[in-house]
Each structure stands twice: as C-alpha cells, then as structure tokens.
Design a protein around this ligand. Structure first.
Ligand code: ZN
Length: 153
C-alpha cells in the first residue's frame, strides 16, 4: 500500500509543520491536558461549546509529528460538531487505530483515515490518540470546574 503510506506521510508532515488551530483560547470554557510520557508528547486542549455544538476548539503543545498532526486534524474534524457527534467520532477513531480486525477504514472518517495505519505500530497509538483523550475529557466534564487531578489514562 505504497500510496496510502505516502499519503499518510504527507498529511502528517504537513500538519506537523503547519498545525491548524494551534493557539490558546482565552477564557475557554473547558481546558484539558494530555500527557504521553512514553514519547514525551504534551497537549493542552481548549474547547468552547455553544448550543451543544463545539463552537471553537484549539490546542497547544509539543511532541512528535504524529501527536501534533493528530491534534491538528482532530480540531479540524471536531469544530462545529455536536458534543454527541464528537464523542462518537472519538470512539470511531479509537477503534480505527487500535482494532486490527477493523479493516474497513470508513470513508466518513475523512482525512482522519490517514491514521488507520497506526494500528500496525502499537507504540505510536498513544501519540495519535493523546489529543482525542484530552478532547473527550474536556467534553465529558462539561458541568464541572476544570480540573486535571487524577486525570491519568
Ligand atoms: Zn509521540
């Protein structure tokens, strides 16, 4: 699958070099932190929700190309989505990068499908899912004050 490997490489490198929504949101409603000590990836995720839709989402952080590109592509994918749809996409993404039996790379994953190949590299799965876990955490505790304590895996 030389084609998909090349596509994968290009999309990751491009988003790593030029990440989308790479900024802090001042006075964001929800902030969540993700940390992947295995690789040294760190991400801080900012989310605003209005009328049950993700009105704004952005991130900052440092780490490997995969973690950064994944956060970049994720913010693009989640912006404008309902909270429910975002949670569904989180599960679909999680499934896509971990389940080797899930051979179908569903077309509705859009550009996120470039991460399907990650399932063959278990050590990189946490890089690809780091931002998603942070987003999921931010969306789950929407009624609670922001806290990061006890927020490990
Ligand atoms: Zn990494």
């Amino acid at each position: 699958m030389a084609y998909s490997n090349e596509l994968y490489r290009q999309v990751i490198l491009e988003h790593n070099k030029n990440p989308r929504n790479f900024r802090a949101i001042e006075s964001a409603q929800r902030v969540s932190e993700g940390n992947n000590p295995l690789c040294g990836d760190r991400v801080t995720l900012y989310v605003n929700v209005e009328n049950d839709h993700i009105s704004d989402i952005a991130f900052q952080g440092s780490g490997c190309a995969i973690s950064k590109a994944s956060a970049s592509l994720m913010t693009e994918a989640l912006k404008g989505k309902t909270v429910e749809d975002a949670k569904t996409l989180f599960l679909q993404f999680q499934n896509m990068v971990t389940d080797k039996s899930a051979k179908q790379t569903s077309e509705d994953m859009g550009k996120l499908a470039v991460f399907a190949g990650i399932r063959d590299y278990p050590t990189r799965v946490k890089c690809a899912t780091l931002a998603w876990h942070a987003a999921h955490a931010a969306l789950l505790n929407h009624q609670d004050p922001i806290t990061t304590e006890g927020e490990t895996s």
